[in-house]
Design a protein around this ligand. Structure first.
Ligand SMILES: Cc1cc2nc3c(=O)[nH]c(=O)nc-3n(C[C@H](O)[C@H](O)[C@H](O)COP(=O)(O)OP(=O)(O)OC[C@H]3O[C@@H](n4cnc5c(N)ncnc54)[C@H](O)[C@@H]3O)c2cc1C
Length: 399
């Protein structure tokens, strides 16, 4: 065939639908699960939608992607929300991001954080450190690092934070002492809004519905319950069975048990790629909050975030938690879902390795695309845009 696409998550589905829209029908998608959607799949729990892979919302930042989503699940089937996300700082619940909302804390905590910001390395001319944990202290000051960023990141990504690079944090804005002080004086937030300041969530369904519709459009061109276990770079073959002019890999490269024709240096680099796993668990209680989600840095609680379902799924009750698998203990009868591949980790040296690896793969007609194909923390809107772009490039450049 011309194109073999591995994985029917948002990347694979968008890539395949972009081919179809351009009149290209010579392709097949292989998906190991029995349904499409990947981390964005939803199911029904207690009579309402539940997002298996954690809380999923459609960001409005790229109209070309939102319009594309609306072509499968029309706009009038979505509700639009202004983000209400909060942080539970050991009992004091404030808005997120923390630096813009310090003014909501009791006075003595405000002073502690203001002092920390004033003496943060980036505000007092100190050199930027290379180690992740030291970088966080340098950027935010000791108190915010110790109360929030470090414990929260440990809960999400694991204890060994210094195996992570700092390159992906560079976009964090500097926290200004003057602006934080003014915000505390005037009792209002300052600074740029985080991602998802506005977002869409389907009115009657979970987030996964949009992707089920994208899968429907592909009909029998998706083969379910078919796991890709080996890939041959020289012969462009998967499972020794499927051969294609081009192979699009949206599944984790580390999920193949065999990579034939891969130089040893790249094989060993693949072995260094890391990821973290997340368990989502349902709780039926109604919470007395208007927040859509709340972050929990407190190490005493196993989960790091809760999603307050009744605030974004009309007519639902309950909430769900997100917990790193290494911190999760199943209770008897609990309703929970394990997502082995949840977060690709931004370890030291990963960008350089992925550049080399993807360069080699594409020279063989094999292309990495999406969260796992590129091993990046991309959200669904970003992977969809990238899949559309890659499909457009390959269609324009037929072998
Ligand atoms: C907790 C959490 C919260 C998130 N919140 C948001 C959010 O609010 N908004 C947002 O836009 N994004 C969010 N994301 C990111 C979003 O989940 C991803 O961007 C998106 O799912 C990536 O799509 P993908 O197709 O690249 O990968 P995936 O969704 O992981 O899809 C990969 C597909 O490949 C299949 N597969 C895996 N291995 C194989 C194999 N060997 N053979 C065949 N098939 C295989 C999988 O079953 C899956 O269907 C969140 C992610 C997490 C973990």
């Amino acid at each position: 065939m011309k194109y073999l696409i591995l994985g029917a998550g948002p990347s694979g589905l968008t890539f395949a639908n972009t081919l179809l829209a351009a009149g290209e029908k010579d392709f097949l998608v292989l998906e190991k699960e029995s349904c499409a959607g990947g981390l964005c799949r939803s199911t029904d729990v207690d009579g309402s939608p539940f997002d298996i892979g954690g809380g999923h919302f459609l960001d409005v930042r790229d109209p070309s992607v939102t319009d594309y989503m609306f072509s499968f699940l029309p706009e009038d089937e979505w509700d639009r929300y202004e983000r209400d996300s909060r942080i539970d700082l050991y009992g004091d619940i404030i808005g997120s991001p923390i630096e813009a909302n310090i003014w909501q804390l009791p006075k003595e905590k405000q002073d502690r954080y203001l002092d920390a910001i004033a003496s943060a390395g980036c505000n007092s001319g100190q050199d930027k450190p290379e180690k992740f944990t030291e970088w966080i202290v340098w950027k935010l000051g000791e108190a915010i690092a110790e109360d929030y960023m470090l414990p929260y990141n440990r809960k999400m990504f694991g204890k060994d934070l210094d195996s992570l690079g700092t390159y992906w944090l560079e976009k964090l804005p500097n926290v200004s002492y003057e602006e934080t002080k003014r915000s505390c004086r005037e009792h209002k937030a300052y600074g740029t809004q985080p991602g998802h300041a506005l977002f869409f969530y389907p009115r009657r369904y979970g987030y996964g519905e949009a992707f089920l519709r994208m899968a429907d459009a592909l009909g029998s061109r998706i083969r379910y319950s078919e796991e890709a276990v080996s890939i041959d770079f020289e012969n462009r073959t998967v499972n020794d069975t499927y051969r294609a002019d081009r192979i699009i890999v949206t599944v984790p490269w580390t999920s193949f048990s065999e990579h034939k024709g891969l130089p040893p240096e790249l094989e060993s680099g693949l072995g260094d790629l890391r990821y973290s796993s997340v368990v989502t668990q349902y709780r039926e209680e109604m919470l007395d909050t208007k927040a859509h989600w709340i972050y929990y840095p407190d190490p005493a609680r196993p989960y790091h975030r809760i999603l307050v379902r009744h605030n974004f799924c009309p007519g639902s009750k309950g909430y769900w938690t997100e917990t790193n698998l290494s911190r999760f203990k199943a209770e008897e009868g609990s309703i929970h879902f394990v997502n082995e591949y949840a977060y690709p980790l931004n370890t030291i040296g990963k960008p350089e390795f992925m550049n080399r690896f993807l360069g080699f793969a594409s020279s063989k007609g094999i292309y990495g695309c999406g969260r796992w194909g590129e091993w990046q923390h991309f959200n669904s809107d970003v992977v969809m845009r990238r899949a559309m772009d890659l499909a457009g490039r390959l269609l324009n450049d037929s072998p």
